[in-house]
Design a protein around this ligand. Structure first.
Ligand SMILES: Nc1ncnc2c1ncn2[C@@H]1O[C@H](COP(=O)(O)OP(=O)(O)OP(=O)(O)O)[C@@H](O)[C@H]1O
Length: 856
């Protein structure tokens, strides 16, 4: 450990007092250590245990900050961890969700730098890494409380824009709270970025950060950090993987697990239940649940961002009588922040539909219910999701919805982890079918229909890609019934299934009755009982059960995101997922093609060979990595990989073509690109060689995605053009009629004038433009923060709530000063301008903190 304790200079009173305090603290820490050694085995509740912050060997500045935040008594994990972490040990901390792990690492971080008398010129002293932006924001806010009286600077680095602005200040920061991708970007691009003096590294949600999804980023970050440092890992589901720990060069780490002996890994005051529910009933049950809990604050987990969007847009039109919000990884940063803080502030009658980006660490106050509409990918994910309620000393409830096909294996895994779950039964008399209403909505609204199609495809894909085949069985999904329940009259194309399956194995016209048994699971996905006349092969090929099928947009591989296209990230995501990693299914299911379809067999002569679902458990080494929300991806993405497998079938390839293909693959693999990443404005990482990727190869999956997107765009434009032409024609007709009427009246008047000059004429009528606009803005359930437009031609559902102009953020921990009169504390909320896209990250951070502080 680098001990660079400084001699206090200046001789002023404060410095001398600080120096004395530091000496005192160090001897008290030593005593605490000795006592802990003597007391070994007594546990966190044993004798000699410190119960209050006041009795800890921490500085008075920290104590003041803690007191101001009303933190007085230590939680179990704080009692157990702080003696070790204050003494500078490497620690693996595990404790239930909502048990106060954040302070268990923030207090020692601040204290360490204080005792080393860290100053501005000493640079970066502590680094805290979080897997999501929202969690980083929350940690940063806690840090500001703990460090309010210290003379340290701290910065929040989370993806977004204005990297340049951050670059100007980052080198003056003593503590950084960040997401891995953004940090790596600065390490790579910011001139003079120096972490060589780093004293302390914290990984919050360590198991998530260390899983394969972040592998490349974390390895690259660690390479840039000094080995001599204190490292702390915290999570409710702590990793003990030797491999992970070896990567971090931990030194004799202390494993602190305060709830290891607990009856359950979940909070005591959490009531947990599950229901078994058919896929096609899920929306009905969700709707009924919301209607039955109009006063509750509910967090609803769905697998993919597209399902989240669909649930929001569909339900808000059905007006359940509660506020609806949505949070997923592809929303723009400002929207994410607004939703995050809105839901934090919300007291009752609010439902947040979210993906797993909200599963970890987020401390939304007073959530009554966590509803898992889609099964979590594993037990850890379950524990984190339900942990958004029953935090600290509060109670809460959770309900898990399981498909019949998921029930047995998932319950077994949860029971194995000692999760106490009660079975519940759905009372069919109390559910209200929403499907007919959705069908009516979708029939009038093409954008919503597209959204439904994408949501369905994304969900099916996510199940299809799940490595945990014991729980997730794509073949058991009743896709046609599911489609109907969403208001769709047909199943959208599921091309990834088609590509995955050799044609001859698919059931099609002429297949014999026994053939079905020979089908692979994903081919059996689409049942005959609803799409009566259609075989799996036809459905997979995108043939529709309805007569409007021919006009269905092609879905499956493109699945574009209208807000934040990130198909490149998704490609990597799926690749990783297929290798058995624990990537978030949201990322994976949002689009792209499984690796096996995108060139897994590229070197093999027979490209027709494809992998079965069991092959998902492949190599454990992933090449790429994407952050949870895909805002920054470090990827060694082989664009060249994808194209050849998607080109002409192998059988038709000439030897020369194969040679060419291999040549290209060689280029992509060659170290010429090195590991250096190029980042675009949005923080997206790009392999420099990606720019050389096969131009014009429409079979490249990405290109295909773009082509589909382009098709949608063209179709929309054509429709809009037709609409505009129709409207113009109608308008012209109306105008003509009006003129004719006027003419008639004038002529009549002139004639009458001759008879009776005393009568005055008045012409009435509309002023001309009578175009009708659909009012999407009625109903209290409209979400102001999730202002997603379903399509480009849609009237905005609700105007972005006007917000204040953000102040320029001061990254230091001292209370910031408002800039100018506009940012005074008394400013009303309506002055905010959340929708402003050009805010710097510093401004966003400032705004977020201001909103948060007002929410407390
Ligand atoms: N000593 C304390 N006294 C009072 N409240 C506390 C204390 N420590 C933490 N809390 C509160 O408990 C809540 C949960 O804390 P925190 O977010 O740190 O939990 P966590 O263990 O990190 O949860 P998760 O595993 O979900 O990330 C927060 O609202 C926090 O303010």
């Amino acid at each position: 450990m680098v001990k660079k304790r400084k001699v206090f200079q200046g001789g002023n009173k404060r410095s001398q007092a600080e120096a004395d305090e530091v000496d005192d603290l160090e001897s008290r820490i030593q005593e605490l250590q000795d006592a802990a050694e003597d007391n070994k085995g007594s546990g966190p509740t044993g004798t000699g245990i410190i119960w209050n912050f006041d009795n800890l060997p921490i500085s008075r500045y920290t104590l003041e900050g803690l007191r101001a935040a009303k933190y007085t008594r230590l939680t179990a994990i704080q009692r157990a961890a702080l003696p070790s972490t204050l003494a500078g040990h490497d620690v693996l901390g595990a404790a239930k969700t909502g048990s106060g792990k954040t302070l268990a690492f923030l207090v020692p971080a601040v204290e360490k730098l204080y005792r080393l008398k860290w100053g501005k010129l000493d640079g970066l002293g502590a680094l805290i890494i979080s897997p999501t932006r929202e969690l980083a924001m929350q940690i940063f806010d806690e840090l500001r409380k703990v460090g309010a009286k210290h003379d340290l600077s701290a910065g929040l680095l989370i993806g977004g824009k204005n990297v340049k602005e951050e670059q100007g200040r980052i080198n003056a920061m003593n503590i950084l709270v960040c997401t891995p991708g953004r940090l790596l970007q600065h390490m790579d691009e910011t001139p003079g970025f120096d972490a060589s003096a780093l004293q302390l590294l914290v990984l919050d949600e360590a198991d998530r950060i260390l899983d394969m999804g972040f592998s490349a980023s974390v390895n690259a970050i660690i390479e840039n950090l000094p080995r001599q440092r204190q490292t702390m890992l915290f999570s409710a589901t702590q990793t003990k993987s030797v491999k992970d720990l070896a990567r971090l060069s931990l030194k004799d780490p202390t494993y602190i697990s305060v709830h290891a002996e607990a009856i359950a890994p979940t909070p005591v005051k959490l009531q947990q239940a599950y229901v078994v529910c058919e896929l096609q009933d899920k929306l009905n049950v969700l709707w009924a649940f919301i209607k039955a809990h109009l006063k509750a604050k509910i967090l609803v987990f769905l697998t993919t961002g597209k399902q989240v969007k669909f649930a929001l847009e569909a339900f808000r039109r059905l007006r359940p009588g509660v506020v609806l919000r949505a949070l997923h990884g592809k929303m723009k940063q400002m929207k994410r922040m607004a939703v995050f803080y809105d839901f934090s502030e919300a007291k009752t009658g609010t439902v947040l539909f979210a993906t797993d980006i909200a599963a970890r660490g987020l401390d939304f106050p007073t959530v009554d219910w966590v509803l898992q509409v889609d099964c979590p990918e594993d037990v850890a994910s379950y524990i984190h999701r339900v942990g958004r309620t029953a935090r600290y000393v509060s109670g809460g409830k959770s309900l898990l919805m399981l498909l019949p096909s998921e029930k047995e294996a998932m319950l077994k895994q949860l029971e194995g982890a000692k999760v106490p779950l009660k079975p519940l039964k759905i009372n069919p008399n109390k559910t209200q079918p929403v499907s007919p209403a959705l069908q009516a909505l979708l029939s009038k609204n093409n954008d919503l229909k597209e959204l439904a199609q994408r949501a369905l495809v994304a969900y099916v894909r996510s199940i299809f890609l799940q490595p945990n085949k014991a729980v997730f069985d794509a073949s058991a999904l009743p896709a046609a019934d599911f489609a109907l329940s969403m208001g769709l009259t047909s199943v959208p194309k599921l091309r990834f299934l088609k590509r995955h399956s050799p044609k001859k194995a698919l059931k099609g016209p002429g297949s014999s009755p026994g053939d079905e048994d020979k089908l692979r699971p994903e081919e059996r996905l689409l049942p005959g009982h609803h799409a009566e006349s259609l075989s799996a092969a036809q459905l997979a090929a995108g043939e529709s059960a309805s007569d409007e099928g021919s006009s269905e947009p092609e879905l499956g591989s493109s699945d574009e995101e209208d807000e934040h296209p990130d198909s490149a990230a998704d490609l990597d995501t799926e690749r990783l997922l297929r290798r058995g990693t624990k990537r978030s299914r949201e990322e994976a299911a949002e689009g792209a093609v499984p690796e096996s379809l995108a060139g897994h067999d590229r070197d093999a002569a027979g490209a027709s060979k494809s992998l079965g679902p069991g092959d998902l458990h492949g190599s454990s080494e992933g090449e790429g990595a994407a952050e949870e929300d895909g805002f920054l991806v470090v990827k060694r993405r082989d664009i060249f990989d994808a194209a050849p497998a998607l080109s002409a079938p192998a059988a038709t390839e000439t030897g020369e073509q194969k040679k060419q293909k291999r040549k290209k693959l060689k280029i992509s693999k060659a170290s010429a690109s090195g590991s250096r990443m190029v980042f675009d404005e949005d923080g997206q990482a790009q392999d420099p060689l990606a720019q050389l990727s096969l131009p014009g190869d429409s079979r490249d999956e990405e290109n295909e995605a773009l082509t589909a997107e382009e098709r949608f765009r063209q179709a929309r434009e054509a429709m809009r053009a037709r609409d505009a032409a129709d409207r113009a024609a109608q308008k012209a007709a109306r105008r003509e009629k009006k003129l004719a009427r006027k003419e008639r009246l004038r002529a009549g008047a002139a004639a009458e004038a001759g008879d009776d000059a005393g009568v005055q004429l008045r012409v009435t009528g509309s002023s001309g433009d009578e175009d009708m606009q659909e009012d999407h803005n009625s109903g209290q359930e409209s979400s102001g923060s999730e202002a997603d437009q379903v399509g480009t031609d849609r009237v905005k559902l609700e105007p972005a709530r006007p917000k204040a102009k953000p102040e320029v953020a001061h990254l230091g921990m001292q209370p910031r000063k408002a800039m100018g009169s506009k940012t005074g504390a008394g400013r009303s909320e309506t002055e905010f301008n959340i929708g402003h896209e050009s805010l710097s990250i510093a401004e966003q951070e400032s705004l977020a903190l201001e909103m948060l502080s007002r929410s407390k």
